[in-house]
Design a binder for this molecule. Structure first.
Ligand SMILES: Cc1cc2nc3c(=O)[nH]c(=O)nc-3n(C[C@H](O)[C@H](O)[C@H](O)COP(=O)(O)OP(=O)(O)OC[C@H]3O[C@@H](n4cnc5c(N)ncnc54)[C@H](O)[C@@H]3O)c2cc1C
Length: 611
């Protein structure tokens, strides 16, 4: 993988051009390489050997405490030691000012080694980055800085038992904590009560404190909650109370673990049902006496303005979704490498000859069969294509933050359109790669003696969290391609056309270039046809096939763009993967786009009782 990663970063994306920017001026190709070396080594030594253990020794709650294998504590301590939690942050908050694309590339090694152990770190840096964007100077100093330093870890508490995809139905309440609630130095102080479901990393003892970022509603004067997402606010709710210097006060906040969820995969990350403010840990300190006069209610400090909670959360979504997509890719990559290794070693069957099979000859390794090569090439196309997609998006984040005004604006617009793809495409296709890896190992792949089944189980999560597959489709077709008069789609089409033009002039690439031009045209036509009547139910009934087709067109584009460079530097494997993608994958868009363009109503008009 390292050679592919280096090729994508250096030859294709030319990350060294970022060194000319002021923000990255202290870096060099050597500092980038040394970050990758360190992360590759720590992932190999501290993560990979314990990935299976993190699955078999599932987190366990004894009623008081949650237990995790010591190797998880050691792996995360090693990660904290690399400084990667703050890799892309400013020097003054302990960061390295690394480009996002290098940060993501370095984190890819951990994802491949043990996705379940990566969860804690991903959530922590996401949480702290949100506070850097929306917190007060003291909130940044006390909470974000301690998270970047790895002293405390963080969570994102959005979901509730009755509010998953539909966050407008969040029912956790936040009420001002006494008269002087607004004068609290850590931010306006509220008391929260409600239940948060599915909270990853919601309880553990890896760090001395956990900083929960919680969405809750502040009731109006009549005591009722405002309907819809506009009423949602964001709060910092620490597990242990802290003072303005960041020292623990010794009091426990009223956040209680109701239980752990027992998951299909990704088991090494604790997943929790948290009760906020039920009175298990009453707190009398501060300005108020709690919700019941006896100290119940979890203390939370408002972040940003009331009613702007979801906006603040969404600030982080682009990067969080690139991280989820990258995680999916890396699980796919792990399965690809394991099945490639197996296919090279396992002798089974004999090749066809002019006279049939010659049983007197020794068996050949699996990799010599065309069907096994098909499954390996499919995996390669999915995971290396997915890696290119995530790095490309991360490079857009850098452009958005450090490019000139026009380039930054374009990068932001493109990211808006590509983010649903960055999240959902690898969730689906790197998962398919994991399934093919199992298939290559045959019966052995179906056992727990080989790692591929765990990769498949771990990866199954990615189509569900951070916005389900269906919700990503609705976001793409319902919002992203139509917003601002369709400028995002137009910009994407321009970029794709540029690649088509270059490929048309390079030997051997004219045919895929023509194929991509036709695909782009079909995508544009289907988008228009979907919205031809302007009726959202008609357009959006087939939003998921649209998402799939859109993703495949984006991937075909990126593969062609990668092949332009791969061909020049003699990387035959990438050229073959591009050819595979155009021959076996891109034609699938016709079926997906047909139902979109027809506004096919088979599913939409089906009556429940017909099932
Ligand atoms: C392992 C794991 C970790 C998680 N970690 C966190 C975390 O750290 N923090 C957090 O806040 N949440 C977390 N989640 C929650 C996750 O984000 C939700 O599971 C997800 O948002 C879906 O919500 P739900 O499970 O209630 O499913 P539902 O919203 O009930 O969805 C069920 C199905 O219905 C579809 N659906 C729903 N609404 C619509 C609609 N309007 N139109 C069409 N189809 C629709 C969905 O696409 C899905 O296929 C985690 C979940 C899991 C499983």
């Amino acid at each position: 993988m390292r050679a592919t990663l280096d090729f994508l970063l250096n030859d294709w994306l030319q990350v060294d051009t970022l060194l000319q920017r002021e923000r990255f001026a202290d870096h060099s190709p050597e500092t980038f390489a040394s970050v990758l070396d360190t992360c590759e080594r720590i992932a190999r030594e501290k993560y990979a050997p314990f990935n299976r253990l993190s699955d078999t020794q599932e987190p366990h709650f004894d009623g008081e405490r949650v237990h995790l294998p010591p190797s998880t504590h050691a792996a995360l301590a090693a990660y904290v030691g690399t400084g990667m939690l703050a890799a892309a942050q400013d020097y003054e908050v302990g960061g390295m000012q690394l480009p996002c694309v290098v940060e993501m590339a370095a984190n890819a090694f951990f994802g491949k080694a043990s996705m379940a152990m990566v969860g804690y770190a991903m959530l922590t840096s996401g949480n702290a980055s949100l506070l850097m964007a929306h917190g007060t100077p003291l909130q940044r100093q006390v909470f974000a800085k301690n998270e970047f330093a790895g002293r405390w870890f963080g969570t994102m508490c959005l979901s509730e038992p009755q509010a998953g995809s539909s966050l407008s139905d969040v029912a956790t309440r936040a009420v001002p904590d006494g008269e002087g609630f607004e004068a609290e130095p850590l931010g306006p102080r509220y008391r929260l009560r409600g239940n948060k479901m599915w909270i990853s990393a919601g309880e553990h003892e890896i760090t001395e404190n956990i900083v929960h970022l919680v969405l809750a509603k502040i009731p109006g004067p009549d005591g009722a909650l405002v309907a819809g997402t506009k009423g949602i606010s964001l709060f910092i709710v620490p597990k242990m109370m802290v003072d303005t210097r960041g020292a623990l006060t010794g009091e426990r906040n009223d956040v209680a673990l109701a239980g752990l969820n027992h998951k299909l995969g990704n088991r090494g990350t604790t997943n929790t049902l948290l009760n906020f403010g039920e009175g298990k840990f009453p707190l009398r300190g501060g300005s108020g006496a709690g919700l019941d006069g006896a100290g119940s209610g979890a203390v939370g400090y408002l972040v940003g303005k009331p009613g702007e909670g979801l906006r603040c959360m969404f600030h982080m979504m682009n990067e969080a979704r690139i991280s989820v997509g990258l995680g999916a890719v890396m699980l796919g990559y792990a399965g690809y490498e394991a099945s490639l290794d197996y296919a090279r070693q396992r002798p089974q069957g004999r090749p066809f000859t002019g006279n049939g099979k010659d049983a007197s000859q020794p068996q050949v390794p699996l990799i010599q069969h065309a069907d096994i090569k098909r499954m390996l090439l499919a995996q390669k196309a999915y995971v290396e294509g997915g890696l290119a997609l995530e790095l490309f998006c991360a490079r857009l984040v850098d452009e958005q933050h450090t490019g000139d005004a026009a380039a930054a604006k374009d990068a932001g617009t493109l990211l808006e359109v590509l983010t649903p793809i960055a999240k959902s495409w690898p969730s689906e296709w790197a998962q398919e790669a994991n399934s093919l890896a199992i298939q290559i190992l045959g019966g052995y792949g179906y056992t727990r003696d080989f790692p591929v089944e765990q990769y498949w189980r771990d990866n199954r999560l990615n189509m569900i969290h951070e916005g389900t597959h269906g919700i990503q489709g609705l976001d793409l077709l319902g919002r992203k391609v139509t917003m601002n008069g369709g400028t995002g789609l137009q910009l994407l089409a321009e970029r794709v056309s540029r690649t088509i033009e270059q490929a048309g002039q390079q030997a051997g690439l004219a045919e895929p270039a023509n194929q991509l031009a036709a695909a782009l045209q079909k995508l544009g036509a289907a988008t228009k046809a979907a919205w031809a009547t302007g009726v959202p139910e008609e357009a959006l009934a087939n939003a998921t096939p649209y998402l799939q087709a859109f993703g495949h067109v984006v991937l075909a584009w990126l593969w062609l763009d990668v092949a332009l460079v791969a061909q020049r530097v003699g990387r035959q494997g990438q050229v073959a993967a591009m050819r595979y993608f155009f021959a076996y994958e891109l034609p699938k868009i016709d079926a997906w786009l047909a139902v979109v363009a027809q506004r096919n109503d088979t599913c939409r008009t089906l009556l429940e009782e017909w099932f």
